[in-house]
Design a protein. Structure first.
Length: 201
């Protein structure tokens, strides 16, 4: 049976799926699950298509004060509200996974990018506080995402870093200062470990 939102006389549908119904289901699953739920690819397409259709109908409406016009505007606001709630809940999970060092599944591309950025930033921050704790000195500490110092536990092949430069190959026991994204990739492989920054004198 078609779903009708806030008194509209037409179902909220795009293609074969019911956009509102699908988004509502995703919201419910996202609120209940402790991990990111999988958002269907077709829902992303349907949502964008239906929003475009709604905006076009609103823009072309001759009577801005009509009930039909107000209903379409309200439909748009309802969809925005649902999506915002879904993304805010997902943001909490992305941040939590980065802080706790867990893997992240079912992330949208921009969420995966944020997750990697957070992990790099947290690595740099934890290095800072580790050094501060070791020295029992919190004065004049400056947080910055600089290069990461690694010592290799195994041989590692040459790779291209995010700056487009060729790095390596690395021999077991060698030490290298690497850009954060590349360092994170190598750390994830388990073939190297991070060294603390040189202590202040």
């Amino acid at each position: 049976m078609p779903i009708f939102v806030l008194g509209t006389l037409r179902p909220v549908a795009s293609g074969e799926g019911m956009v509102y119904e699908s988004l509502l289901r995703v919201r419910t699953e996202e609120l209940v699950s402790q991990k990111l739920t999988k958002i269907p690819e077709d829902l992303l397409e349907q949502l964008a298509s239906y929003a475009k259709e709604l905006r076009r109908a609103i823009r072309m409406s001759a009577e801005k004060a009509s009930l039909h016009h107000r209903i379409r505007e309200r439909e748009l606001e309802v969809l925005k509200g649902l999506l915002s709630e879904v993304l805010e809940r997902r943001l909490e999970k992305v941040v939590s996974a980065a802080i706790e060092g867990r893997t992240l599944e079912n992330a949208l591309p921009f969420e995966a990018q944020l997750f990697q950025d957070l992990r790099i930033s947290l690595e740099a921050y934890r290095s800072l506080i580790s050094q501060a704790v070791e020295e029992l000195d919190l004065r004049d500490r400056v947080y910055r995402r600089g290069h990461v110092l690694l010592v290799f536990a195994e041989d590692y092949p040459s790779v291209t870093d995010e700056e487009g430069r060729r790095r390596g190959p690395f021999k077991r026991g060698s030490i290298a200062s690497l850009p954060p994204m590349l360092a994170l990739l190598i750390l994830d492989s388990g073939k190297a470990r991070r060294l603390p920054s040189p202590q202040r004198t």
